[in-house]
Design a protein around this ligand. Structure first.
Ligand SMILES: *[C@@H]1O[C@H](CO)[C@@H](O)[C@H](O)[C@H]1NC(C)=O
Ligand SMILES: *[C@@H]1O[C@H](CO)[C@@H](O)[C@H](O)[C@H]1NC(C)=O
Ligand SMILES: *[C@@H]1O[C@H](CO)[C@@H](O)[C@H](O)[C@H]1NC(C)=O
Ligand SMILES: CC(=O)N[C@H]1CO[C@H](CO)[C@@H](O)[C@@H]1O
Ligand SMILES: [Ca+2]
Ligand SMILES: [Ca+2]
Length: 567
């Protein structure tokens, strides 16, 4: 049994523990929308801003605090919007800047913030800066990573400066006939890398942040920041020993092009800029900075402190699978909360646009949201998680993702049982709709007695409880490592405490005893228990809940409120 006091939110005054006010981004749930797939307003088969506006009442009904939008900037779409040609405009596929302003205003009137995506390592080659940089027009000459050829081969072809490879395969260097130099592209050749050693580019990005803050944006999620810096001495990278083609990215060990120590420092400049903006705005709104960092946990933790409000916690994505048990779930939780630096705020991510949906990956959705939404910290939830949407099989001839594997979690939101799940009125959505839309959809789940949607809403509402905001976290694993139970023990004994119990087993039923003295018990007596939420089909009786003997079917779980009595 392990315990954690969330000191971050508490101050000890004259022996009495008092709750500090937590901020919107800490108590709230952040709802990620992949805009192409949420709601199409004009029948072209692609989701857009007006579509999102038309669904704001639904989003507000979930109780979430903010919407994070995957990129909607102007882009030639060589990489679905991650190749930006104007950081201050909206792509016409999604609408106009005026549509965006309306979205911000309409969201705000429903108490919802809008969070934008920042893609810092490169722009599109069609960006005005790159076009001018290629012509050496000041001040753009050194905005990108230019290098002369190392020499010329016998046929007169330029030889790249070193052996660096692009994430998409092949040399990371592309030759510009015009400038007679190579530029670096860690991703697509249409995505030239910025030169972050040039203070002018650092300033440009600050100005872009200011532009969007002025439009009322509540913060940014920064895309995989690992590729921001490269070693300026341009050493060849060593061979990794992986049995892959020499043109494959994994052929080399990326010690000179990933996770350079300059990255957290540069990000801290943006964090300082953001905090300064909030201070000067004088509106009391904390603008949030969330980072995507896929590194080992010790490295990820370096991105707290003055670098961001939090780096995303991907433990449930990277350490858990369909056959993970209660112990694995406990490890995923403790691995984060026990490693977090002082004053660091935890967060929980179950899925996103780059990875198999949680309903497919862990083969459960209601149990997964039950497990993460009542933990201390911010919850980030991908659209459709609140319905139990799963990955969609895409036949090879319909694959559109340039990387080839990211279509299944990106299929259209399932609104109702009409054609294309109500996503579009046009003849064809950009990606097919999951066949299960007849039953897995918003309308059906609103109507059902029990549904993932209803569970999600109740969980979000419970996050307002003092015990969920400030309570001590206790975790335990019982029943042969199969059952994870955790409690949020209220700081004030008069407040209700909460317990979440989930049976991770696929095929066995156990009887659990969580009363004091029993194996794995909590250090308090559980009195007046009430079942608040149960997973679908679990048949856990709402009445007469006995914490000393209760049975959970395979994959079943519940949330129980109670009064904790310390002996
Ligand atoms: C506990 O109760 C006191 C007195 O009502 C209150 O001031 C304090 O904020 C509460 N603490 C928490 C963590 O809820
Ligand atoms: C952030 O903290 C690091 C380490 O203490 C420090 O070197 C850096 O200057 C800080 N960044 C800012 C913008 O103050
Ligand atoms: C969870 O389900 C498994 C598989 O059916 C079963 O063996 C175990 O007893 C159940 N655990 C609880 C606490 O009911
Ligand atoms: C730091 C950064 O922006 N990384 C991104 C670079 O571009 C690729 C491809 O668009 C993204 O996947 C990375 O996250
Ligand atoms: Ca559209
Ligand atoms: Ca870079």
């Amino acid at each position: 049994m392990r315990h954690l006091s969330l000191i971050a939110g508490l101050v000890l005054i004259a022996g009495a523990v008092q709750a500090q006010q937590l901020d919107w981004w800490q108590t709230g749930v952040i709802y990620q929308i992949y805009p192409r797939s949420y709601k199409d307003s004009n029948g072209d088969g692609i989701g857009d801003i007006n579509g999102i506006i038309s669904k704001l009442d639904y989003i507000a009904s979930l109780g979430v605090a903010a919407i994070w939008l995957s990129p909607i900037y102007k882009s030639p779409m060589a990489d679905f919007g991650y190749d930006i040609s104007d950081f201050r405009d909206i792509d016409p596929l999604f609408g106009t800047l005026d549509d965006f302003k309306l979205l911000v205003a309409e969201a705000k009137s429903r108490n919802l913030g809008i969070i934008m995506d920042m893609v810092p390592n490169h722009s599109s080659d069609e960006h005005e800066w790159f076009v001018k940089s290629e012509q050496k027009i000041e001040p753009y000459t050194d905005y990108y990573f230019w290098q002369p050829a190392k020499g010329f081969d016998p046929n007169g072809a330029p030889i790249p400066p070193n052996n660096w490879l692009s994430v998409f395969g092949g040399s990371a260097w592309a030759w510009s006939e015009l400038r007679q130099e190579f530029y670096l592209h860690q991703f697509h050749a249409k995505q030239p890398d910025f030169n972050y050693r040039n203070p002018a580019i650092v300033q440009e990005l600050k100005d872009i942040l200011t532009f969007w803050y002025d439009l009322g944006v509540y913060g940014f999620r920064w895309d995989a920041v690992t590729h921001m810096f490269e070693d300026p001495a341009l050493p060849d990278e060593p061979v990794s020993g992986n049995p892959v083609d020499p043109n494959d990215y994994n052929y080399l060990k990326h010690i000179y092009t990933q996770n350079l120590p300059e990255t957290p420092y540069t990000l801290s400049l943006y964090k300082a800029h953001t905090d300064e903006y909030s201070l000067n705005a004088g509106d009391g709104l904390h603008r949030v900075m969330m980072l995507e960092v896929w590194n080992p946990i010790e490295e990820v933790m370096q991105y707290y402190r003055n670098v961001s409000d939090f780096p995303f916690n991907f433990r449930f994505l990277t350490t858990m699978g369909a056959y993970s048990n209660g112990r694995d779930a406990e490890n995923a939780i403790r691995g984060w909360v026990d490693n977090i630096p002082d004053n660091g705020w935890p967060n929980w991510v179950l899925g996103n646009h780059d990875i198999s949906r949680v309903g497919s990956r862990l083969q459960l959705t209601d149990g997964a949201i039950l497990t993460t939404l009542l933990l201390p910290g911010t919850s980030i939830n991908y659209y459709g998680e609140e319905l139990g949407m799963v990955d969609t099989y895409i036949p090879p001839e319909e694959v559109v993702d340039p990387a080839g594997y990211r279509d299944p979690p990106r299929t259209p939101m399932q609104w109702d049982d009409s054609q294309f799940a109500g996503f579009t009125t046009g003849p064809k959505p950009w990606l097919r709709v999951n066949d299960n839309y007849l039953t897995v959809n918003v309308a059906a789940e609103e109507a059902a007695d029990e549904s993932v949607l209803k569970i999600f809403r109740k969980l979000v509402a419970l996050r307002k409880e003092p015990a969920i905001q400030f309570g001590t976290l206790h975790t335990t694993v019982v029943s042969y490592e199969l059952v994870l139970a955790y409690a949020r023990e209220a700081v004030n004994a008069t407040d209700r405490s909460y317990m979440v119990v989930l049976n991770w087993s696929h095929d066995q039923t156990h009887v659990v005893n969580l009363s004091p003295g029993a194996f794995g018990a909590f250090p308090f007596e559980i009195t007046n228990p009430t079942v608040e939420i149960r997973t679908i089909g679990s048949d856990i009786p709402y009445d007469n809940f006995d914490p000393s003997a209760f049975t959970l079917k395979p994959r079943a779980g519940c949330v129980v409120s109670f009064n904790a009595v310390r002996k």
